[in-house]
Write a protein that binds this ligand. Sequence first.
Ligand SMILES: [Ca+2]
Ligand SMILES: [Ca+2]
Ligand SMILES: [Ca+2]
Ligand SMILES: [Ca+2]
Length: 615
Amino acid sequence: MQQNQAARVLATLFFIGLLVCAVVLNKRSVTRQGGSVVANSAEEAGGSQYPVPAAPDAMERYGFKLTEVSKTAGVEFTHQPPKLDAKLSHIIDRVADMGAAVAIADFDRDGWPDFYVTNSAEGGKNHLYHNNHDGTFTDVAEQMGVAAVNSAESGVSMGAVWGDYDDDGYEDLLVYKWGKCQLFHNENGKGFKEAVNSGVPQWMNANAGIWLDYDNDGKLDLLLGGYFDEKLDLWKLPSGNIMPDSIEYATNGTRLYLLKGRGDGTFEDVTVQVGLDKHKAWTLAAVAVDMTGDTFPDIFLANDYGKAELWRNIEGKRFENVSVPSGVGDRPKSGMNAAVGDIFNDGKFSIYVSNITEDHYLLQGNNMWVPSAAAKPGELMFENQANGLGVENGGWSFGAQFGDLNNDGFQDIYLVNGYLSGTKESYWYDYATFAGGNQSIIRDAAKWIPIKGRSLSGYQPKRVWLNDGAGRFTEVAQAVGASDRFDGRAVALADLWNRGSLDILASNQRGPLLVYKNEVRPENHWISFELEGVKSNRSAIGAITTVYWNGQKQSQFVSGGVGFCAQNDRRLHFGLGKSVTVEKVEIRWPSGIIQTITSPATDKLHRIRETSASG
Ligand SMILES: [Ca+2]
Ligand SMILES: [Ca+2]
Ligand SMILES: [Ca+2]
Ligand SMILES: [Ca+2]
């Protein structure tokens, strides 16, 4: 009892401290900008969290419009959170706050993208939506054997990623969980069989997972990022002492796993030998891509309650921590997303990280890490230009992806946000009471003030930022029809119906999976590529494709997971604006082979196998 009183007194003191600190420290970093109107309830958000149609002039003004078609497409999926240990029930919405993930792949190789979406309730089913080619999808997870993976005994899903680990041409599936990771072998697109004794962790509280080929031996490897301590069973907790011990300076994060694939469904833990055992954080997003030009993929990590990390790959043998010299580890935030895009059409990759921005409480601002002009070739050095580019305020941001949504030739950004949409009452005041506080208070769930269904940055408007290519992004979400107010988590992009436009899948915590069909102005042209590695891993994960047209160039890479708990289709989609011709396309395969294709036809998908011959 006395302890509780002491806690309350301390908490009150820290509350004052937090308000002063958060606002003063971050005051200059975030400017208010378009789309930051925030509602506190469903009524204020317009009565429903579902989107309303795009403005009549959206197509004319912005070159595209989005229509949410989940129901007519047969996609009826609602994410459910887990219950976990009863010691967490008073703040369960705050603890069980993730797990709505989406990963896209053409699992049966019929030429049409399919997708897997995760659920997190004990007993809740994950869905695998097969593309029926007619605008609809059918959930085949149950018959394929990848539905029932969530339970208190084996843990619950946080995300999933596709990668063909045995090079048989069929994308295999890793489901990472708060619990046991599960690896499924794709049996010729006709079903999935769990790979046993594969070497994936039997228990960790993973919130990030990606496929990569870190040593470029042609065999896919796995990187898994832990969130809660891996020793914790969130259903059988000895105490509530499991939470981060600070909102921005947490010292009680956990480990990564780097698992080297042998190509047969078994993996060797090489975390220590490559130096990644030095990492200790609450990791929420990972992305791997070669940013130095030596073909080996470097690793960027977005960490919650701390600083971001960048690990330079030294010839596939070890990783060097360049977080501080590169600039990305400058100060702690709540990193939740890691997306990579060539935003200036100069063949260089910028990294977009989402964080929390809530007026009066926490003004972190999102980060856009743009390669520094002062960097020497091969040197990793970045500057945060989110403010100048106009992409800093995303609310309580989660998943974001780069993609050319209007095919004008520039990479745009689609971002989802919103943390907890509950009652009209806000939990922020009570939450802030802890946020600046004493480590022993904040890390103990028992000391947290009950949420009681209140909102915490809920009902937020999403952000769709159009890139003008000249250093400015314009926010157009409401106008183009991306006007839902659910608590967004993952975003993944694919040309779902092979029409030459990027459609959007957006997952929501305790909410529906939304399918935004994208109609693009037909005068804008496009080209897309589906790559197949031969010497490189067959999924072509890590391959960088550069399209040269109209005096400019744009690079994109095939990812084994990017964003927040998401994976875009492996196909790379490039908008071309009014141009009907492409000068050449250069593919830099992970094997080191550089393949050039001259004058490829536009408005067409090209399937390209790795070869050293050029054509
Ligand atoms: Ca398919
Ligand atoms: Ca396979
Ligand atoms: Ca490898
Ligand atoms: Ca664009």
